[in-house]
Design a protein around this ligand. Structure first.
Ligand code: C2O
Ligand code: CU
Ligand code: CU
Length: 493
């Protein structure tokens, strides 16, 4: 925040004027120093300054179809997609709409119940090898989509069959071929995978219209408006946000309580989500399902690639108005909600149990193992780059361990562990701390490590479906880092 509030705040238009004045002062032999205006710190909330916002043509938010994960075929293929307002782009998608031939970006939302089965077949029609990973799934290794199983078009499809052995949560699916993940996700291959169970309170919306998945990412386009992926080791940075593959999206809502299942689906960008007009989020869950209690957040939630949020938003008093979902880091408008007039729906918030769920607290046993993983440069963990079949760490099945993630620079490093979720214990050397942020409590499979930060988690691999002696991955989910080798194999022993 600026220490000199309004009187010193320079709007963008004024800034242009000052710059022009300084330029002419320079040309006339004057000095920049003759202007005593100090630079005003960039504050994304005020990025628009005094300008009248340009009217934006908003496009209806796309909502991908929901499909049962038990008996579904995914075709990874090139396709054409409408990103809204007739902005057509070439993309790579999981399946196309059989009626219109338009690709699904994001992919269909897969759904399964705890103790149910997922039976999925993946065909590759891409000019590249691929393999699909079920991010967040507690799963045997042959179904996990390790890059060693990548295959090419024309080869036999990959058949997946696994039982859902974990609690309700929002997982997601995306490609995982080594060195190729960033591009494939960027061109559109990603979708939500919702697990349901009996533990979730009945008052929580499940399914349309009051439960809405939001996959939020950034994108870049070439001159013809096609998605463009530029490989850069430091990471992909788009200039346009997409929510569910929609440019400038808008969603018509009723004056009711909605449940948003949010995924940061970006290649490398952190978002700080907030609603404008002080409308709060009621945070009820994250990567690993429900939190123990509802937490109300008004000043923004930091998320890094692959992290998920389960949010309730109460539009009941906002009939006739609009609310904007924003990214406070860039000042971007992400998604506009237009609230209809009418009778407010029921307030489900007081109906939620005061304990949403009970979460077992992992405890490090006396003499328990501590391991440190240093995320170095843009491609190494503990000094090494990924090698496909090299086991880097042996981790005993069934015991709690303390894993410490450190970095010196080149952050963000969103650290992701396959096979089992972990519990964040503390963060030092950076944002917040030492206690984790409210959205980092409960079960997580991805956690943000910013420059200088050290994050400590407890983890235990104990589900009987986990495959011993096989290789599972841990990696940075900034996809350019992952592709460059910031990934390792651990072997359960
Ligand atoms: Cu979301 Cu190993 O990946
Ligand atoms: Cu994963
Ligand atoms: Cu990284």
């Amino acid at each position: 925040m600026s220490k000199h509030p309004d009187s010193r705040r320079v709007s963008r238009r004024d800034f242009v004027r000052y710059s022009a004045a300084s330029a002419s002062a320079l040309a006339a032999g004057g000095l920049l120093a003759s202007c005593d205006e100090k630079p005003v710190p960039f504050d994304p909330l005020f990025a628009k300054g005094g300008r009248k916002p340009k009217p934006t043509n908003r496009n209806p938010l796309k909502i991908p179809p929901t499909e049962s994960a038990d008996g579904y075929v995914l075709n990874a293929m090139p396709a054409s997609v409408n990103l809204g307002g007739d902005h057509w782009s070439n993309a790579w998608t999981y399946n196309v709409d059989p009626q219109t031939n338009e690709g699904f970006l994001p992919g269909p939302t897969l759904e399964a119940r705890r103790d149910g089965w997922a039976n999925l077949t993946l065909y590759n029609h891409l000019p590249d090898e691929t393999i699909t990973h079920w991010h967040g799934m507690i799963i045997d290794q042959p179904n996990d989509g390790h890059p060693q199983y990548a295959f090419r078009a024309g080869e036999d499809p990959k058949r997946y069959s696994f039982k859902i052995v974990q609690r309700a949560c929002l997982n997601w699916y995306h490609p995982h071929p080594h060195g190729r993940t960033g591009e494939q996700v960027n061109l559109g291959l990603a979708g939500a995978f919702i697990i349901r169970d009996d533990e979730e309170p009945d008052v929580l919306p499940a399914g349309p219209p009051y439960e809405v998945p939001l996959i939020i990412r950034d994108a870049k386009f070439d001159k013809s408006g096609n998605l463009r992926f530029q490989t850069k080791r430091s990471g992909f940075e788009g200039d346009t946000p997409l929510v569910n593959g929609t440019v400038n999206p808008t969603l018509a809502v009723e004056p009711a309580v909605y449940r948003f299942r949010v995924l940061n689906g970006a290649n490398g960008r952190n978002f700080r989500f907030a609603l404008d007009q002080g409308v709060p989020f009621h945070l009820i869950g994250n990567d690993g399902g429900l939190l123990e209690e509802v937490v109300t957040v008004t000043d923004g939630i930091d998320t890094s690639p692959a992290e998920r949020l389960d949010l309730l938003v109460d539009f009941r008093t906002l009939g006739g108005g609009t609310v904007m979902l924003k990214d406070l880091r860039t000042g971007w408008d992400l998604l506009e909600f237009v609230v209809s007039n009418g009778d407010p729906g029921a307030d489900i918030l007081p109906l939620l149990p005061s304990r949403l769920s009970e979460i077992e607290k992992l405890v490090l046993p006396a003499g328990g193992v501590t391991r440190e993983f240093a995320f170095e440069g843009m491609s190494r963990i503990n000094g090494r780059e990924f090698e496909m079949l090299r086991p880097d760490v042996d981790v005993p099945f069934g015991t709690v361990e303390r894993w410490i993630f450190t970095t010196k620079g080149n952050a963000p490093h969103p650290v992701h562990v396959h096979a089992s979720p972990f519990q964040v214990q503390r963060r030092t050397g950076g944002r917040g701390g030492p206690a984790p942020f409210p959205w980092e409590t409960g079960w997580k499979d991805s956690v943000l490590l910013e420059d200088g930060e050290t994050v400590e988690v407890l983890v235990r691999f104990d589900n009987p479906v986990l495959t011993k002696e096989a290789l599972y991955l841990m990696h940075c989910h900034k996809l350019s880092h992952e592709d460059a080798g910031m990934m390792l194999n651990f072997r359960l022993v």
